[in-house]
Design a protein around this ligand. Structure first.
Ligand code: ARG
Length: 587
C-alpha cells in the first residue's frame, strides 16, 4: 500500500505541476507545528528563488488547484509561504480501515526479496557471555526479524569464536589437572569417550584460571600456543577435547540466548571457515594481491578517497598462522558457497570497524563476494555504567549476562509486588517477561552506534520511555478488550471517522505505521520503531484518559473505539515482536 504521506504528497505534486511548477518542490513532511497543522509543504520557499516570485504567491497559486479536494479538512497558505495541511477525518478513517484489512498494517512486502546473512551474537566458546555480547545479540535479533517481516530470506549466524588461543589454554590447563585422561596418552588409539571430561561450570572456571596463568607463566603460555597449533592442524585427541568444549558450551549458550529470546539459524564458528583458508590464500596469490611485508603476507587496501590511514590487511603471520581477518574472509567464501547472499550484515562492536573495512575491501578486490553484494558493518557503541565507564559489577569485575538479567528481573519483580497483590509465582513469571522488555528496549531505543548508560532503575520504570511502559499500555488495551468481549461480539471491524482530537491523533499515528516500519528496516534502525511505539502509546493513553470507551452509550461508536484500540494493540504487538520481546496478559 502507498504510505499515507505519499498519498498526500501525490496530491500536492499534482497541484504544483498544474500551477506550472516543478514537482520537486512538492515535498510534504509531518508538521513541526502540530498546534497549527498535521502536515506541511515548504516547497514554495525554495521555488521562489527559481521562479523569481514571492513564496506566498506561489503557495496561493498551488492552492487554487488543490483546496477543494476532499482529502483535506483545511489547506492554507500562510506567511511567508508555508502550505499548512489538515486531513479530513473521513479520508483518514478510510485509510485506517484499509490498513486494518491487511495483515501487516499496510506494509509492502519486498518486491525482490534478498538473501541476507546476519552475523551477530559472536560469543566466544568456553568464555561466559558477558554484557559486551548483549548488544550484538539484542540488536542483531531485531534486525533479523525486521528483514524477515518484509519477506526477505534471512539467515542468522552466531559465528562463534571457537578456534583461538582459548582452546589451547583450556587443553593445557586440563592436562595439568587431569593428566590421566586418555587424550593425553600418546599411545592411546581407542575411541575417545562420549562423555565430556568436564561440566559447564568446570569449564567456565578452567578458562579464566588458564588465562591468568598464561599471563604469569611463559612456559605455560608457550604450551598453550603449541596446543592451539596442534588442534588447528588436526591432532585427533585435541580435536576430541575441542568437540567436547564446543558441545558443552553451545548447549549452555543456547539456553542463555533462549532466555534473551534470541534464536540463530546457524551455529557456525570460526573453525568452520578454516578449511577454506588454503584455497583462498592460493587464489589471493594467483591474483597477485598478496605480498610480503615485514615477514607477514598482506593485501593492500588503501583507496584514494581515504581520509584516514587504512593499514594493509594481514592474511598470514610469519609463522604461517591465520588471523582474525583471514577467518572472516574465509567465512565469506563459505557463505558465498552456501547462500550466495545479496547482503551480509555484521552486528559487532564499533571498535572493530577498521577490521571490517579491511575485510570488506579484500573481499571485493579478490572477488570473494560479487561486486554488488552489500557488506554492511552495523557497529554498536559501548554499554556504560552510571559512572560513564564500561559497565562492571559492583565489585568492578566483568558482569555476566545471566546476572545482569537476574538483576533487572528482580527490580521489575519488586515493582510488581509493590503495585498489587498477584501471587508470587505469577509476579515472578511476569517479571521475567517485563524484565526482558526493560533490558531490550533500554538498549534498542538508543541509536545503535552510540554509547549508552545502562540504568536498571530507569529501564525498569513503568513510566516514561521504557519497555515496561509499552507493555503496560498493551496490557491495558487487552484488559479493555476482554471486558468488552464479556458481553459483546465484534461483528464488524469498521472504524468510524474520528470525533475527538485525541482519537484523531491516534489514527494519524496508526496511518504512519507502514512508513515508519519500512523506513526503520531500510536504515537498520530499531530505535525508530521504539520512538514510534512510545509516541503511539502516549497517544493511546491520552485517548484512553479522555474517552469513555466501555461506557459509551452509542453502540456503533463504542464498537468503533474497540476496533481502533484493537488496531493499536496490533501495531504495538507487531512492533515489540520486531524488537524481540512480548507482552504478558497482566502486570
Ligand atoms: N567473537 C568476536 C568477539 O567476541 C565477535 C565476532 C564478530 N563477528 C565476526 N564475523 N567477526 O569479539
Amino acid at each position: 500500500m502507498k504510505t499515507f504521506i505519499d498519498l498526500i504528497a501525490e496530491n500536492v505534486k499534482e497541484a504544483f505541476v498544474s500551477a506550472g511548477y516543478d514537482e520537486k518542490y512538492a515535498k510534504v513532511t509531518l508538521s513541526n507545528r502540530p498546534d497549527l497543522c498535521e502536515y506541511q509543504c515548504n516547497g514554495a520557499m525554495a521555488a521562489a528563488k527559481a521562479y523569481k516570485k514571492t513564496p506566498i504567491a506561489i503557495a496561493g497559486e498551488v492552492l487554487e488547484h488543490i483546496k477543494d479536494r476532499e482529502m483535506f479538512s483545511s489547506i492554507e497558505a500562510v506567511m511567508p509561504g508555508f502550505i499548512n495541511i489538515n486531513i479530513s477525518n473521513d479520508y483518514l478513517a478510510r485509510y485506517i480501515n484499509d490498513i486494518n484489512q491487511t495483515d501487516k498494517l499496510g506494509c509492502n512486502m519486498a518486491q525482490n526479496p534478498k538473501t541476507i546473512v546476519i552475523d551477530y551474537g559472536g560469543a566466544n566458546v568456553a568464555k561466559p557471555l558477558h554484557v559486551g555480547h548483549l548488544r550484538s545479540a539484542v540488536i542483531g535479533e531485531s534486525i533479523k526479524r525486521m528483514f524477515r517481516y518484509l519477506g526477505h530470506e534471512v539467515i542468522g549466524d552466531v559465528h562463534l569464536g571457537d578456534w583461538g588461543l582459548q582452546m589451547g589454554l583450556i587443553i593445557t590447563e586440563l592436562e595439568e589437572r587431569k593428566p590421566e585422561l586418555v587424550y593425553f596418552d600418546e599411545n592411546y588409539n581407542g575411541e575417545y569417550p562420549a562423555e565430556p571430561p568436564f561440566t559447564i561450570s568446570e569449564l567456565e572456571e578452567i578458562y579464566p584460571c588458564a588465562s591468568a596463568k598464561s599471563k604469569e607463566d611463559e612456559a605455560f603460555k608457550e604450551r598453550a600456543h603449541m596446543a592451539t597449533l596442534k588442534l588447528q592442524k588436526g591432532y585427533a585427541p585435541y580435536r576430541a577435547i575441542w568437540k567436547h568444549i564446543l558441545n558443552v558450551s553451545v548447549e549452555d549458550l543456547k539456553k542463555n540466548y533462549g532466555n534473551l529470546n534470541v534464536y540463530f539459524d546457524l551455529w557456525k564458528g570460526e573453525s568452520d571457515a578454516d578449511e577454506y583458508i588454503p584455497q583462498m590464500i592460493k587464489m589471493l596469490k594467483a591474483k597477485e594481491l598478496l605480498h610480503e611485508s615485514e615477514g607477514a603476507m598482506v593485501v593492500d587496501v588503501v583507496e584514494e578517497s581515504d581520509t584516514k590511514e587504512v593499514p594493509p590487511c594481514i592474511i598470514q603471520k610469519s609463522d604461517g598462522a591465520a588471523l582474525y581477518a583471514t577467518s572472516d574472509l574465509a567465512t565469506l567464501v563459505q557463505r558465498e558457497k552456501d547462500f550466495a547472499p545479496d547482503m551480509v550484515v555484521y552486528v559487532v562492536d564499533k571498535r572493530q570497524e577498521m577490521h571490517f573495512t579491511q575485510v570488506f575491501r579484500v573481499a571485493k578486490k579478490a572477488g570473494i563476494v560479487k561486486e554488488n553484494t552489500e557488506l554492511v558493518f552495523n557497529g554498536f557503541g559501548t554499554m556504560n555504567g552510571k559512572d560513564g565507564k564500561p559497565f562492571k559489577t559492583r565489585e568492578g569485575g566483568v558482569m555476566r549476562l545471566e546476572n545482569l538479567i537476574q538483576e533487572i528481573n528482580d527490580a521489575v519483580f519488586d515493582k510488581i509486588m509493590n503495585n498489587r497483590s498477584v501471587s508470587e509465582d505469577e509476579a515472578r513469571a511476569t517479571a521475567d517477561i517485563v524484565g526482558l522488555a526493560a533490558l531490550k528496549y533500554g538498549d534498542l531505543s538508543n541509536q545503535a552506534a552510540k554509547d549508552y548508560v545502562f540504568d536498571i532503575e530507569r529501564f525498569s520504570s513503568f513510566e516514561g520511555n521504557t519497555g515496561p511502559y509499552i507493555l503496560y499500555t498493551i496490557v491495558r488495551i487487552k484488559s479493555i478488550l476482554n471486558k468488552y468481549l464479556e458481553d459483546n461480539k465484534i461483528e464488524d471491524s469498521t472504524i468510524l471517522a474520528a470525533e475527538g482530537d485525541s482519537e484523531k491523533e491516534l489514527m494519524l499515528l496508526l496511518a504512519k505505521y507502514n512508513d515508519v516500519i519500512e523506513n526503520a528496516i531500510q536504515d537498520l534502525a530499531p530505535h525508530k520503531i521504539c520512538a514510534y511505539i512510545y509516541e503511539l502509546s502516549n497517544a493511546f493513553n491520552k485517548f484512553y484518559h479522555e474517552t469513555k470507551i466501555l461506557a459509551c452509550e452509542d453502540k456503533k461508536r463504542k464498537l468503533s473505539y474497540i476496533n481502533l484500540i484493537s488496531l493499536t494493540r496490533k501495531a504495538l504487538e507487531e512492533c515489540i515482536d520486531l524488537l524481540g520481546f512480548s507482552a504478558p496478559d497482566r502486570m
